[in-house]
Design a protein around this ligand. Structure first.
Ligand code: ADP
Length: 232
């Protein structure tokens, strides 16, 4: 038990560290990104332009990890009534360019859902992490849907809101599914931190919600549905 406690303390401080690193590097990262953008429009020499573009791509990777995977959100002190349609659209707008370039069609369907009483910054981070994972799973195009509706959870016998993020990407086999909430578990090599879902689960618990995963790698119908439930 002592070992488990030590382990969880280590993880908690790793999480705090990740969060503060993300915040510290975001500002300089943004200014370098802007400077490179200006530079790219002033360079005539094609070879130099190629260097600048490579630098931009590498920077985009760092930025993706810093702002979209690590715990990067303004901590909300109060629960507020969150309009899920607006939140889903705003998260997708962050990804619009990248989704389009990868041939991913993203839609939202949250109009019928009542507003959700939750920590908005945290829920935004959750959606960002789930959308980032769906994007990574559909490198050759696909469909991404964010849906929310009023629902009844029979397991816990309560009314609430169900929020779904579905993709028809690669899916996960049972081995991956068994480990996906573990910190530092990632199948993405250098591109992944393995912290996204671990943090996601923590943030959802903080908002009093639950998370469930359905996924299949079966050819022709592979994909993943992440299902969140919040009782109200
Ligand atoms: P990371 O994205 O940095 O790898 P996560 O904790 O977000 O870390 O995810 C852990 C692993 O779960 C991923 O490496 C991937 O293998 C798997 N995964 C998560 N979401 C999806 C998804 N929508 N489709 C396929 N695999 C997924």
């Amino acid at each position: 038990a002592e070992k488990a406690l030590l382990q969880s303390e280590k993880l908690a401080s790793a999480g705090r560290l990740a969060s503060s690193i993300a915040h510290e590097i975001n500002n300089p990262l943004e200014s370098v990104t802007n400077l490179l953008y200006i530079l790219s429009s002033r360079v005539d020499d094609p070879e130099t332009l190629q260097y600048v573009m490579t630098a931009q791509e590498e920077l985009a990777r760092v930025s993706h990890i810093a702002t979209h995977t690590l715990r990067f959100h303004k901590q909300s002190s109060n629960r507020t009534e969150v309009d899920l349609q607006a939140l889903a659209d705003s998260v997708l707008s962050l990804y619009r360019g990248r989704l389009q370039n990868s041939g991913i069609v993203a839609t939202t369907d949250c109009q019928t859902s009542p507003p959700l009483l939750c920590f908005e910054g945290e829920l935004r981070q959750v959606l960002v992490n789930l959308v980032a994972n769906a994007y990574d799973a559909m490198r050759h195009g696909g469909k991404l849907v964010i849906r929310a509706h009023r629902s009844r959870n029979r397991k816990i016998g309560s009314e609430g809101v169900r929020l779904l993020v579905a993709d028809n990407g690669t899916g996960m086999d049972s081995d991956v599914q068994a480990q996906l909430f573990e910190p530092f578990f990632s199948t993405k090599g250098i591109g992944g931190t393995g912290l996204g879902l671990w943090i996601t689960k923590d943030l959802i618990a903080k908002s009093g919600g639950t998370i469930a995963v359905r996924s299949t790698t079966r050819a022709g119908r592979s994909g993943t549905v992440i299902s969140l439930f919040f009782s109200n």
